[in-house]
Design a protein around this ligand. Structure first.
Ligand code: MG
Length: 458
């Protein structure tokens, strides 16, 4: 069966040529432009949107199509070219745009592509506004203009320079540079290679870059998980590097390999970045309900606090702005520092981790050892809406002594771990994330949920 085109809060994702075509992309551009015009009703002057793409071969075609759609409804377009997702987010504010568009399917395989939408604050639209855009797209209710009012397109090639300057402003370039870190970077032939190599050069690193051509021909499965990064682990050992960095194709996620060539897991990226931030000042951090307790440990040690949000980058970013958080992000390797932008940014993660190494003089494995470890398990299983609700209700009746958070499914916090059960926004599945002090403890919670599932799904 053909997969469906997915339209969610963060935009649209599909398989190019099957359900994601240039005519669909053009109509999505018309819908987003119409929405932005309605949103700004009453304000004078023409609006502009900046647009960028990752390295997928279909990127230019879809970017042109979205651009055409925006122009057809009278919105000017600033074409940023081949850039990272955080790069687009930064340029939305820098250029004072009413919105941003990123043509990317993030970590999904090459046959996928997507169109991610950002509002003027650099964050994906909240659910009610995402619903308005979707309705406008489905109803083809476009505010088309005549030829004299059609949008203009200009190019802008400043994204890398602006991005690097913003990241350098949050670290001590000289202190990092003095260490001349030997680094391996794997950009999976995505959008991150060019700008990240420039950043690392500014930070005085000796860089071995692998998969750094932005061809969109991914050298391995693009999600930066252990099984996909064996090449990076090998290169770290061969080069006797002090650290290895892996980005996903749009460079908002970062995974780290230690100096012995061991993949440390994406959950550590945010914890390490936070460790540096909290070593300088105390305050609040924000992350979603599915992210490791390591962040709480790091914050607690510094007298700080962690705000938990429903899953979704926009939810974390919104909480960070509301609570004036000094750091935030997600356990998938997404680090957010509001001084740069409200978007997950692998370059921010890289800079903060190098700063931590420079200041402490410790190796990455030593720093990981200081944070400590938990056992974490992530899984999913098929469950429709009603089954999912029954499972949640039954779990609530079972884990009565746990601290419960119901803002996104159910998260149960125990003394020795936690369990998060939530439904997917895009498919009829339920996700189960468990973290505990060790594997047997985690298994104990997984087994309880398995029993609940068996009773309800059988
Ligand atoms: Mg991504």
């Amino acid at each position: 069966m053909a997969e469906q085109l997915i339209i969610s809060i963060s935009g649209m994702r599909g398989i190019v040529g099957e359900n994601l075509t240039s005519s669909i992309a053009q109509e999505y551009g018309c819908a987003f432009g119409t929405f932005l015009k309605n949103r700004a009703a009453g304000k004078r002057g023409k609006m502009s949107v900046c647009i960028g793409r990752d390295s997928r071969p279909s990127g230019e075609m879809l970017k042109s199509a979205v651009t055409e759609g925006l122009c057809k409804v009278g919105v000017d377009v600033i074409d940023l070219g081949l850039v990272t997702t955080p790069g687009v987010g930064i340029m939305v504010s820098e250029l004072g745009c009413s919105g941003g568009v990123v043509v990317t399917a993030s970590h999904n395989p090459a046959q996928y592509n997507g169109i991610k939408l950002l509002l003027d604050n650099g964050i994906a639209p909240p659910s009610d506004e995402a619903e308005q855009i979707k309705r406008c797209f489905c109803d083809k209710d476009f505010d088309l203009v005549d030829s004299l009012d059609c949008g203009q397109v200009v190019s802008n090639e400043q994204t890398d320079a602006v991005h690097i300057a913003k990241v350098l402003a949050i670290v001590d370039k000289e202190a990092i540079g003095a260490r001349k870190f030997n680094v391996v970077l794997d950009s999976v032939n995505g959008a991150g290679g060019r700008v990240t190599k420039k950043l690392l050069a500014e930070l005085g690193c000796v860089v071995t870059a692998i998969n750094d051509e932005p061809t969109g021909v991914f050298a391995h499965v693009p999600e930066p998980r252990a099984e996909n990064l064996t090449g990076l682990c090998e290169a770290v050992k061969t080069e006797r590097a002090e650290i290895g960095f892996a980005q996903d194709p749009d460079a908002d996620r970062l995974a780290i390999v230690d100096e012995t060539g061991i993949y440390i897991g994406e959950e550590y990226t945010l914890a390490l970045a936070a460790k540096y931030i909290f070593s300088k000042k105390t305050g609040k951090a924000a992350t979603n309900l599915s992210t490791s307790r390591m962040l709480d440990d790091v914050a607690e040690e510094a007298g700080g606090q962690v705000i938990r949000t429903p899953v979704g980058e926009a939810n974390v970013a919104k909480a960070m702005l509301e609570h004036n958080c000094i750091i935030g992000g997600e356990g998938n390797g997404g680090v957010i520092d509001l001084r740069v932008s409200p978007i997950r940014d692998s370059l921010v993660g890289i800079a903060l981790v190098l700063q931590l190494m420079a200041e402490t003089g410790k190796s990455i494995s030593e720093l990981v050892g200081e944070i400590g470890s938990y056992y974490m398990s992530k899984d999913k299983f098929a469950a429709d809406k009603s089954q999912a609700q029954q499972i949640l209700d039954s779990a609530k009746g079972t884990f009565i002594d746990a601290k419960l958070d119901t803002t996104d499914g159910c998260r149960f916090d125990f003394d020795d771990g936690w369990l998060h059960l939530r439904t997917s926004n895009t498919e009829p599945v339920m996700r189960i994330i468990v973290e505990a002090k060790d594997q047997p403890t985690a298994q104990k919670y997984i087994d309880v949920v398995s029993n609940i599932r068996r009773n309800i799904l059988s």
